[in-house]
Ligand binder design. Structure first.
Ligand code: SIN
Ligand code: CO
Length: 388
């Protein structure tokens, strides 16, 4: 993908211009980001998904048992029959993992790292429906898929912004509107993190939210240090050999802090471990129970592929790769694997190809390490046999 080619998805901006001027900074309204957009999920299908156990779904009812009532799925058909005529929203998380056409939409966003994308949430709103003025800590692209929605945007917020007293939802107490637009199917609104926004359905409408993953600083520190801890022995401790006599035995002196900083730096600056942790963390699946593969022998895998079987990425799996010196690290659904540099093209193929079969795998099936990698990914559940 050429970062200097104007993109319809970005309203004629190039990826480079969008990243420079808008990403993480300011909102962008794009009329007909996807023209002739065909909504692959009907309202009934979305409601159907919200009845399933493994799917995260929520209902927000503005005038429910209390203002902005939040209910969590799975729902029943009776729950839907009992809803008022208007002013409610159904939100279903990670629909890209369950509907291939929704996952295909993510191909439009390949100008961003795939490991930054979290999921595609789809909302259906009855007329007047919305989830209240709020802000998110993540970037989001809001693609209008069906009907019209009025989006209002407001101020930049932070943890000190006043919110309504509500057990579950963080609804802003103040909303200082700066702009508003009515989005038609195919229109898209990009919002940077922490920008106040408020969508209200003009009529029955559906909105797709392409959301991004960004670990908080607290998560980075706690998870990375937990990860590091696994590699450290109990014997490695704060040590103060060579210290000089203290002037006051109750004082913690500067040199103690310097020793601690040296201990921390030695481990925190281990770039290979940092990369390993980060790749594993960013590829952790949202639903790990949906990433599980069969027991399989290499010969059976080879025979199946030679027989015309096709491997695809499990829609619940997450993959990424990186260079480390002359080697490669493959991250697959929260695990990492060090591989020799000559497998680079195979890794790229596994991460990007629509399907893997004996034609495009070709020479890799004759390579011991290539074959073993494919086998391990199938056994782990990141790759799976396509349904016939
Ligand atoms: C919605 O689709 O109703 C809510 C999306 C959002 O505001 O993040
Ligand atoms: Co939002």
């Amino acid at each position: 993908m050429n970062p200097d080619t104007p993109m319809q998805l970005l309203g004629g901006l190039t990826a480079r211009e969008f990243l420079r001027d808008y990403w993480q900074k300011k909102p962008l309204l794009i009329r007909q980001a996807i023209s002739d957009f065909e909504n692959p999920v009907s309202p009934d299908e979305l409601a159907g998904l919200s009845l399933e156990d493994e799917i995260e779904a929520r209902l927000v009812i503005e005038h429910g048992q209390q203002p902005w009532e939040l209910r969590r799925g799975p729902f029943t058909e009776d729950d839907f029959k009992a809803l008022p005529e208007r002013d409610w929203t159904l939100l279903v998380q990670a629909v890209d993992q369950f509907v291939p056409e929704v996952s295909e939409l993510l191909e439009h966003f390949r100008f961003l790292p795939s490991w930054r994308i979290d999921d595609v949430m789809i909302s259906y709103a009855a007329p007047g429906g919305g989830v209240g003025p709020h802000y998110d800590n993540y970037d989001v692209f809001l693609l209008q898929a069906h009907g019209q929605r009025r989006w209002k945007i407001g101020q930049m917020c932070d943890a000190d912004s006043p919110i309504l007293e509500h057990a579950d939802l963080r609804i802003l107490a103040d909303f200082a509107e700066t702009d508003e637009w009515v989005l038609e199917p195919g229109d898209m609104l990009y919002l940077p993190p922490r920008l106040a926004h408020f969508g209200i359905a003009e009529n029955d409408c559906m909105t797709y939210s392409v959301g991004f993953r960004a670990p908080s600083a607290a998560e980075v520190l706690t998870h990375f240090t937990d990860f590091l801890g696994q590699f450290l022995t109990d014997e490695e401790r704060y040590s103060d050999a060579g210290s000089v006599p203290c002037t006051d035995p109750h004082q913690i002196q500067r040199d103690a802090l310097d020793r601690l900083k040296a201990l921390l730096n030695e481990h925190m600056n281990d770039e290979r471990l940092l990369l390993t942790w980060f790749g594993q963390f960013m590829t952790e699946p949202r639903y790990p129970e949906l990433v599980a593969g069969p027991e399989l022998e290499e010969d059976d895998l080879l025979a199946s592929l030679e027989d015309g079987a096709v491997l695809v990425r499990n829609p619940s799996a997450r993959l990424a790769w990186s260079d480390v010196d002359d080697d490669l690290l493959l991250f697959a659904s929260g695990q990492s694997r060090l591989l020799p540099g000559n497998l680079r093209e195979l890794l790229k193929l596994i991460c990007a190809a629509d399907a893997l079969h004996s034609d495009n795998l070709g020479q890799w099936l004759a390579d011991d390490e290539g074959r073993n990698l494919l086998l391990e990914l199938v056994k782990q559940g990141s790759l799976e046999f396509a349904d016939e």
